[in-house]
Design a binder for this molecule. Sequence first.
Ligand code: COS
Length: 384
Amino acid sequence: MSDGAPQYGLNQDQLDFLEMIRKMVQEKVTPRAAEIDEKAEYPQDIRKLFADHDLFGLPFEERHGGLGTGDLMLVAAIEEIAKGCASSSLIVAAQDLSSLPLKLHGSEELQDRILPKMAAGEMIGAFCLSEPDAGSDPGAMRTRAMKTDGGWILNGAKNWITNAGVADMYVTFAVSDPDVKYSRGITAFAVMADSDGFRIDALEHKMGMKGSPTGQPVYEDVFVPDENVIGEVGKGFICAMQTLDRSRLGIAAQAVGIAQGATDFAADYAKERIAFGKPINQLQGIQFKLADMETKTAAARELLYRAASMAETDDPKLGKYSAMAKLFASDVAMDVTTEAVQVLGGYGYVKEYPVERMMRDAKLTQIYEGTNEIQRVVIARSLA
Ligand code: COS
């Protein structure tokens, strides 16, 4: 378990659970990571493993069938999984992201109908905000929702959607009132994968995070009943922003995990690798790299745990802190994994060792759930 967790008020049961996750990742997830990356397949076996060990319950309250263990425990768990396999950690993080709109704004009936299935890992969710021409600027989305008897008809396409093709429920944001100014006319809907007119177009071929499918949901006259509207009509944009304020913690956790995984691997390698007649961890050039990697990762973790603690108390500065944690941790992950490749030299650049995969996976944490440039916009606005 990471150095930080015990100091942040996790109780003994939670620490024991984290220790169980650490061992499970070491024994069953890490050994699968290279193959998951190579085949670029969603790991159904890991999904089942997580369901069997209650990991899907982490983002949910007890009243919805979850563990009710809170945000700090959730990020610490995502971090532990990401140390061994970032794609697998996204199984839990994406379940959090896609359930947040329902948890924050869904009706009681909708929550009771959907959340317990998500908490059990029986139903997988996806969060559909971005579009081909609306990524950083989701207010410019074109997907349309038209009112009809008993519900809404959706038409349009989303892009860059995690869990495309494996999800059973797609939280979809669409313009429900084009006459209202910009983001103000957007509504959130829970769209079931088996709805007529709904399909997933081709999946992306990505640089990293290959075990997590990314694709383009398409909506052609998809009927969504009124009871699947999430929150108030016209308040979908705010729902999306509030979701991201929380879900970005999951990406920061993933980044901290990737960075720690790369640091640990490079440190172990440097103990064994001999150059100039001694292990390379006795060479100052390598020592300084490892020291910086460990320090930056620890600093990123502190900011992440601080932000996660703020999520537990609904602190009004959460959005700023989750943006700072995501920005800082993902930049650290990119930096640290690049250095890990350098410590391993030629071995770092080949697939026999995991650090090149970690470097490719780290890159996505600087981009998704808001590019780091968007995080800077969010942080700067909080200062204005
Ligand atoms: N919490 C609650 N409400 C928020 C909010 C937040 N964090 N951020 C914005 N809002 C509200 C505003 O208060 C405003 O409400 P009113 O209509 O009542 O005035 C409304 O949302 C529109 O806000 P704003 O004008 O600031 O929106 P912008 O279009 O300028 O967007 C950013 C602001 C850049 C922050 C937003 O577009 C963003 O986060 N973009 C990145 C999206 C992203 O992360 N995409 C990744 C895809 S998900 S994997």
